[in-house]
Design a protein around this ligand. Sequence first.
Ligand SMILES: C[S@@+](CC[C@H](N)C(=O)[O-])C[C@H]1O[C@@H](n2cnc3c(N)ncnc32)[C@H](O)[C@@H]1O
Length: 357
Amino acid sequence: MSATPTEPGECPSPHGAAARRGPFRPGERVQLTDEKGRMNTITLTQGGAFHTHRGFLQHDTLIGATEGTILENTSGQLYQALRPLLSDFVLSMPRGAAVVYPKDAGQIVTMADIYPGARVVEAGVGSGALSISLLRAVGDSGYLHSFERREEFADIARGNVETIFGGPHPAWKITLGDFQEQVVEHEGPGSVDRVVLDMLAPWECLDAVAAVLAAGGVWISYVATVTQLSRTAEAIRADGRFTEPEAWESMVRGWHLEGLAVRPDHRMVAHTGFLLTTRRLADGAVGFTPKRRPSKAGFSEEDLNAWTPQAVGERDVSDKRLRRVARDAASTIQRGSLPPEEAQARRDAIADGGTVE
Ligand SMILES: C[S@@+](CC[C@H](N)C(=O)[O-])C[C@H]1O[C@@H](n2cnc3c(N)ncnc32)[C@H](O)[C@@H]1O
């Protein structure tokens, strides 16, 4: 006999859901949009005020108000007040490195088939943008173990994750160190459903991924350059423990909507990264050999160095700057609704004390 199905709304509320409903409360982040579409995100404090060069708005008029309210400031400027969506939050949160954009996070969650309850490992964490989408997808009953080699990034990510979920997430654990070494220490052979990598050299993790990923499990890599894409694909093919890799990119073009002037926006983010997926074969299964071998499968360090973020003009981020961003991310949590001691107690209570050591 099958169990009686639950009615919608009967299940316990997933983590962070209650905080996203009802009237605005002190400590919450609210996005104010003026009539010209300019956005500002504020954190509500009793007695606080949002100042611009054209008047100010008392936070107390927002506290207790319904989401979607339109309010007037002291100079008659109108503001529409809404809670930021995940995509708004990710694009405005403190960050130390390039984040995975919402368009790619959506592709990753869907194409890597991240489902509620899944056991997922991820590296690197960076600013935690992708971790947030992965946590949303695995839910409270799932498991996301994130690995990050730089402590400052781990701190920034923790600040951002705790801000959006209103405190530590019960499914999240973060470990400092190199993924390829740490994941095999912490996860049993074949125990992981999905592996998500966003780093410079995913091919260096091939043995570790093969060790922890369950047969049939999906490995998805996000890489910024063609050199990384080619090198990862050829390493997977040469290894033989995985299915033939598949790669793609996505481009999202906004549209201008005004009467009959409906046309694509003039500007767009034309390139973010490439996605590559493959699945773990059963032990002993022999992968299909591609009919045509690549003409040149060797890669040199020069190939890789030609496409690093620095080589293509992105600035390297100093440790000092990262520490400042981590302080910003932490101060945002402290202004949130959860007192720091309670947040720490919850972190300690989460499985294996899932915090940055
Ligand atoms: C581009 S960032 C990740 C951004 C992140 N996915 C986000 O959405 O915010 C790449 C990160 O990978 C980390 N990293 C690179 N190689 C690593 C490795 N082998 N193990 C763990 N972390 C690694 C870097 O320190 C960096 O923080």
